[in-house]
Design a binder for this molecule. Structure first.
Ligand SMILES: O=C(O)[C@H](O)[C@@H](O)[C@H](O)[C@H](O)CO
Ligand SMILES: [Zn+2]
Length: 299
């Protein structure tokens, strides 16, 4: 058995840390602070975090084939040039829903950017229900809506054979799967592959490992769990020193390390004093399993 080690690599006290993505070229971890309206980059070489402030809640970040990054910002897909600190809008959805914003997003193996929306929260997990939708941004900058009626659009990733799309609508308390057509980007045949136990609380961000198993960050559950989407069984639980674990990705050397983001938004003083690392980024080593490199947006 490998020995699992957990380290807080940045105690930035993010409001809602989210969307960890390994940038191999930079040897860095990208992530966002949704509430703090920042895109952040932690360098594994210096241990320092650089941040770019933006003018709306930024909920996900992804690599881009042509270099730099793409982000979901408010209800927009946008391009981010890091050095220039320049943000330009690519596409705008839900102009008629001023209380909505994008939430989690990720690029599929063919370079399409998937991201879903939600109503802004009054406090964690309290919001107007069924306001969100799931979208795809294609490389030609066209946008397609897959479905609506989403509460909190969250964790997403694809199976190793690209035939299945995994998705979480947090308040449905279910990890779902769809058939995936990698040629067209279409999804079909939604079903549940896992329902969290009570102490796992709210399923949030998610990533796949090289054995095709799913890792899900449990918001208010203070843990990441490893699931077998074929059997619906939980294989492993890794507890973290903060309750609001939001998302996870693999990165580092050979993608053998796991990075976990967390939130502090909605915690009172007493809770924060018990969990001073809330809103920090954590690195987990010794899991004995590797991850899949992130796909860059093709546009
Ligand atoms: O990052 C997200 O996915 C949401 O924006 C967060 O606010 C929390 O995850 C949510 O509160 C959990 O229910
Ligand atoms: Zn999330």
């Amino acid at each position: 058995m490998s020995s699992v080690k957990i380290e807080c690599i940045a105690s930035e006290g993010y409001g809602i840390g989210e969307s960890p993505v390994w940038d191999e070229k930079e040897g860095a971890l990208l992530c966002v602070d949704i509430a703090g309206r920042k895109v952040c980059r932690w360098s594994s070489l210096t241990g320092q975090v650089q941040a770019i402030s933006v003018d709306a809640p930024v909920s996900s970040v992804a690599l881009r084939k042509s270099g730099d990054y793409v982000i979901t910002l408010g209800t927009r897909f946008a391009a981010l040039k890091w050095k220039e600190q320049l943000v330009t809008t690519i596409a705008h959805v839900e102009k008629d829903k001023p209380n909505n914003r994008f939430n989690d997003g990720k690029v599929d193996p063919a370079g399409r950017y998937f991201a879903g929306t939600m109503a802004e929260e009054v406090r964690p997990a309290v919001l107007e229900r069924h306001q969100g939708s799931l979208y795809t941004l294609f490389s030609d900058f066209s946008v397609v809506k897959h479905f609506d009626q989403v509460d909190i659009s969250n964790g997403l990733d694809w199976s190793l054979d690209h035939k299945t799309f995994f998705y979480i609508d947090s308040l449905s308390y279910s990890v779902d799967a769809f058939d995936y057509d990698i040629q067209t980007g279409k999804i079909a045949n939604r079903r549940s592959v896992y329902r969290p136990e009570k102490e796992e609380s709210i399923p949030d961000g998610m990533c796949v490992d090289t054995e095709g198993k799913l890792w899900v960050a449990c918001y208010n559950g203070g843990r990441v769990i490893r699931l077998d989407p074929e059997t619906g069984k939980r294989l492993q639980t890794v507890k973290l020193p903060v309750d609001k674990t939001t998302s996870c990705c693999f990165g580092g050397k050979d993608y053998s390390e796991m990075y976990v983001t967390s939130a502090s938004y909605g915690m009172d003083k007493e809770w924060l004093s018990r969990q001073p690392q809330a809103g920090g980024i954590f690195k987990i080593t010794g899991l004995g399993v590797k991850g899949v490199p992130p796909y860059p947006f093709a546009g």
